[in-house]
Design a protein around this ligand. Structure first.
Ligand SMILES: Cc1cc2nc3c(=O)[nH]c(=O)nc-3n(C[C@H](O)[C@H](O)[C@H](O)COP(=O)(O)O)c2cc1C
Length: 432
């Protein structure tokens, strides 16, 4: 993460707050400056610096991977198909200092008045299963006391599967303060056998160090590592502000006990604003290449967008080159298969601009007939959608095929230009 902050600084893209600030003022400033990375150099009562909003735009994520914004989807789609083993080294920044375990020493923030307590929101949790190997995933952590957290683990996700297979207790390494490329890898939901550390290594080379008290490896250059164990105990977790900008419900969730605490010298704690652009982009963007790859198995997919209006999670737009009358419907099925939490998806042709919602609405208005072009599916969706059953995740999904109908004359659907529209120069006739 430090190298990325240096890069931002050299480009004048990092806002540095040098005035001393109380930690309880940080969330509101991150919200006001959402979309722009902010580093708080002096935080009252702690030696940690605090940074936030580092993944809060597509431009920032593209910069972190050294690609153009338009190439992000295709780069991720390529990398998600294969990984490569990171090298294990003896020493890492994340183990420069060993502290006695006291979670009160971390500047863990409380984000809203109704949150049950202070939450670590940028914690990436690494686990291992004897058969499936390593898993890397985000899990929010509610501080319970100086040694324990409650960890939100969405049912059926890989960490949940690993935990159940291990009989309810599992070693974990929690990494805080990571490079955006590693955070993107942690946000993916690929096959259970895929090691996201290998995906991270293909996105941008990483080195690993072995943990001191648990049989796991962590990125050598992250800022903070908390080693511990998920115990068999369950406690109430939440309420907590989630992606939709609403409170997630209270559930019984596992306790994690921290046994070992290491960090970098002059450590930087990473904050992640719940419901903010960081959160939204990290959730939604890695789904786009997964949908892209899956839709490409059934027809030619050109582009995918998980839209911000759908909380960057519940709504998708898929652009295809339609060759067969069933391509639109097949694309709907493939998109829902690839992103199981998605509730509504719209399939459009190549001439529709998926980044312009008016253009997408135009396709629905002129190319779609609900009696034959809609797919309605009952099934499991997102636990985050307040209109669904948030316990069972039962929901109804809608797929809209807004591609030009194959049984009609295509020429009736193409936008008609006025004679000379492309060639006439306004300034030749009108002075501004
Ligand atoms: C910022 C952020 C916070 C997240 N918080 C949680 C969480 O608290 N619990 C959870 O189970 N998943 C959470 N997720 C989702 C998982 O990390 C993500 O879906 C991951 O791909 C699941 O991986 P898996 O299918 O390999 O388990 C979060 C994702 C992001 C980007």
């Amino acid at each position: 993460m430090r190298e990325f902050l240096e890069n931002l600084k050299s480009r004048g893209m990092l806002i540095e707050v040098n005035k001393k600030i109380y930690a309880d003022k940080i969330p509101a400033l991150l919200k006001k400056l959402d979309g722009r990375p902010v580093l708080f150099n002096l935080v009252e009562g702690t030696s940690y610096k605090v940074v936030g909003n580092i993944c809060s735009s597509r431009d920032l994520l593209a910069l972190s991977l050294n690609v153009r914004k338009e190439e992000l989807l295709f780069r991720l789609a390529e990398v998600f198909r294969r990984g490569s083993q990171p090298e294990i080294v003896k020493k890492g920044r994340c183990q420069e200092v060993t502290e006695g375990v006291n979670l009160n020493n971390l500047p863990i923030l409380t984000y809203t008045a109704g949150d049950e307590g202070p939450y670590v929101t940028s914690g990436v949790v690494i686990t291992r299963d004897p058969e499936f190997g390593r898993n890397v995933s985000f899990h929010r952590l509610m501080r319970l006391d100086d040694k324990r957290f409650a960890m939100r683990i969405v049912e059926d996700r890989d960490t949940d599967v690993y935990l159940k297979r291990a009989g309810g207790e599992l070693e974990v390494a929690i990494c805080i303060g990571n490079h955006p490329s590693f955070l993107l890898a942690a946000s993916t939901s690929l096959d259970i056998t895929v090691d996201e550390l290998e995906i991270a290594n293909n996105l941008r080379e990483i080195k690993l160090v072995k943990c001191k008290k648990v049989n796991l490896e962590v990125p050598a250059d992250c800022e903070i590592v908390l080693e511990g164990r998920i115990t068999g105990e369950l406690v109430d977790e939440g309420p907590f502000l989630d992606l939709t900008g609403t409170y997630d419900i209270v559930r019984k969730q596992p306790v994690v006990e921290i046994k070992h605490f290491t960090h970098a010298e002059n450590p930087i704690y990473q904050a992640l604003l719940p419901g903010g652009l960081d959160h939204k982009l990290l959730m939604g963007l890695p789904r786009e290449p997964v949908i892209f790859n899956e839709v490409n198995k059934v027809c030619e997919c050109k582009n995918v967008l998980i839209t911000p209006g759908g909380c960057s999670w519940l709504h998708g737009i898929v652009q295809i080159r339609k060759k067969d009358s069933e391509d639109g419907k097949n694309a709907i099925e493939a998109a829902f298969k690839a992103h199981k939490s998605m509730k509504h998806v719209v399939i459009v042709d190549e001439d529709i601009d998926i980044y312009d919602l008016n253009s997408v609405e135009y396709a629905i208005a002129t190319r779609f007939q609900a009696s034959k072009d809609v797919v309605l599916k009952k099934g499991k969706g997102s636990s985050l959608d307040p209109s669904a059953n948030q316990v069972t995740r039962e929901t109804t999904k809608v797929g809209i095929d807004a591609t030009i109908p194959s049984d009609k004359d295509k020429s009736h659907f193409l936008l008609v230009k006025i004679i000379g529209e492309d060639t006439i120069r306004v300034e030749d006739y009108v002075s501004q």
